[in-house]
Design a protein around this ligand. Structure first.
Ligand SMILES: [Zn+2]
Ligand SMILES: [Zn+2]
Length: 534
């Protein structure tokens, strides 16, 4: 008898995670199937000079396929250079647990100057009495070329009081037939190595449902978050959830909760029950409940412009956020940046400007939707048959920057998010401060319209993200329903730029800024949330 949920989940093709290879249809194993646990190495895609680099080894399903790890060899070389550093470790470890994780420290002296380094990890192991060898992972049909990590001279570009984090990601509390994530402790180690100061763990409500009324799985998630938080005083970990709820058309869409202590069920598109894909709760009800039961919780439309593929529409009743859904007054943010610079991001960005011009006080957020995926992204494209590997939606690759008042802790982070003191970026930073009578108004605040306002613009980049190319300051006008762009004169060839503009003739609405930087390979940007002008 074929398990119905497996057929259902085989249609969840656009999920992003470490790939699960033990996925079977009935008695026929897929082409990816191996009588071995999944074994993968992973490490951050960027870090900084002077830091040791963590290299993780994750093994999954060794309870079904026990394995003996013999020896690891790790090679580190600056890209296009022949000299290599090598470390060997004799492991001699028998693994038979469901999820095993081990961390190797690559010493900072292997990464002496800024640039791209190639890291190759080889493992000799024994499974079913046979001795085997793998490079990077034991997946078939994907390339096993070296990992690339960028080592920067400088930390992520920042300004006083601003910190970076990833507000949409999945952990190993996501575990089903096609995907699995990394453990929270390792996610935090990777995030710290790459320069983040905070994270929200936002697993799917349907992955967090254990099918019992008390739903102990949520409690163990909170416990795990507290455990990891205690060991990392310099980092802030938020609980969270990506809840499946019903849009206006009674289809399932994803709503992010950040900082919630209660669990909000939503299994509509979780392929849990055959022929039952109705949303568990309508969006407006969910958002209202959160306001009442979890006052400090931040709410956001997850990837609000994404259109799910037809298979997901038909089988999982997955829909998209309608304009009406996005106008809900209990929604704080649209998470427009989700690890990819695709047309959905651009559409959401355009939609956000229109919403602002129509007086909706909605903010923008960034996350990555990473499921594990620190250095590269291994995804099952067509379940059972083919995997792809590329570089997007990596942990921290697109980030939210938050201005923290005082100490970096959970309460202050949630307070800054509540005040919308947030910018989103894949590289540089830009901030706006308005000064009036000695008082400073930050991004997210509201100011009364005066004849002249002093506006401080401040932008930073670094060699990693290239010199500053363009800075734009926009005044959105409620009356004219359009944005006016102020000419901002840039100094050319700089990584850091600061200017005070005394602007007259501002219109009621809002001010927001954008900065663009570029190196030889790529373009980077940062978008601010508005300062509202009433
Ligand atoms: Zn989602
Ligand atoms: Zn997600």
């Amino acid at each position: 008898m074929i398990e119905p949920t497996i057929i259902y989940q085989s249609l969840l093709v656009a999920i992003f995670a470490y790939a699960e290879i033990h996925f079977r249809l009935g008695i026929f194993p897929g082409f990816l199937f191996k009588k071995e646990p999944e074994i993968i190495f992973d490490l951050p895609f960027r870090s900084e000079i002077g830091k040791n680099i963590p290299l993780f080894l994750f093994i999954k399903d060794a309870d079904q396929y026990p394995v003996k790890l013999l020896e690891v060899s790790i090679y580190v070389a600056e890209k296009n250079r022949s000299s290599k550093n090598r470390v060997d470790e004799n492991l001699q470890l028998k693994i038979s647990e469901k999820y095993f994780s081990h961390r190797f420290e690559l010493p900072s002296k292997f990464f002496p100057s800024a640039g791209i380094y190639e890291v190759t990890a080889e493992l000799r192991y024994e499974v079913n009495g046979k001795s085997k060898h793998l490079v990077q992972d034991n997946y078939q049909r994907i390339s096993h070329e070296p990992f690339e990590i960028y080592i920067a001279d400088d930390p992520l570009p920042s300004l006083d009081g601003w910190h970076w984090g990833d507000l949409h990601l999945h952990s190993n509390f996501t575990d089903d037939q096609v995907e699995f994530g990394a453990p929270i402790a390792e996610i935090v180690q990777c995030a710290q190595s790459m320069g983040l100061r905070f994270l929200a763990v936002t697993d799917h409500s349907f992955d967090l449902s254990d099918g019992t009324p008390s739903n102990k799985k949520w409690d163990s998630l909170l416990e795990e978050i507290e455990n990891v938080q205690r060991k990392n005083s310099d980092f802030v970990l938020l609980s969270g959830e990506e809840v499946s709820a019903g849009n206006q058309d009674k289809q399932n869409v994803h709503c992010l909760l950040l900082g919630n202590q209660q669990f909000y069920p939503g299994i509509g598109d979780g392929a849990k029950k055959l022929f039952d894909n109705q949303p568990t709760v309508p969006l407006p009800d969910l958002l209202k409940q959160v306001r009442v039961r979890d006052r400090q919780t931040i709410t956001a439309a997850a990837h609000p412009a994404d259109i799910p593929p037809l298979s997901q529409k038909l089988v999982l009743n997955r829909g998209h956020w309608n304009l009406e859904d996005l106008k809900d007054k209990n929604l704080d943010y649209w998470q427009i940046l989700n690890g990819k610079l695709d047309r959905y991001f651009l559409q959401a960005f355009e939609g956000w400007k229109i919403a602002l011009l129509h007086k909706q006080r909605i903010g923008i957020l960034a996350g990555t939707d990473a499921h594990g995926n620190f250095n590269c992204f291994r995804q099952i494209k067509i379940p059972l048959i083919k995997m792809v590997k590329h570089r997007q939606q990596l942990l921290g690759m697109t980030r939210s920057g938050v201005l923290i008042d005082g100490q970096m802790n959970r309460a202050n982070l949630l307070e800054a998010l509540r005040k919308k003191r947030v910018v989103i970026s894949n590289g540089p930073i830009i901030t706006i401060e308005i000064e009036r009578n000695g008082e400073i108004f930050q991004i997210g605040s509201e100011i009364m319209l005066d004849s002249i306002l002093s506006i401080h613009l401040h932008a930073n980049s670094s060699p990693e993200f290239g010199i500053l190319q363009k800075i734009y300051l926009y005044n959105g006008s409620y009356a004219d329903k359009k944005e006016y762009r102020f000419p901002v004169e840039m100094t050319s060839g700089v990584f850091s730029w600061k200017k005070t503009l005394n602007l007259a003739g501002l219109k009621k609405g809002y001010l927001r800024a954008e900065v663009y930087s570029a190196n030889e390979e790529w373009h980077y940007f940062c978008l601010t949330n508005p300062i509202w002008i009433e």
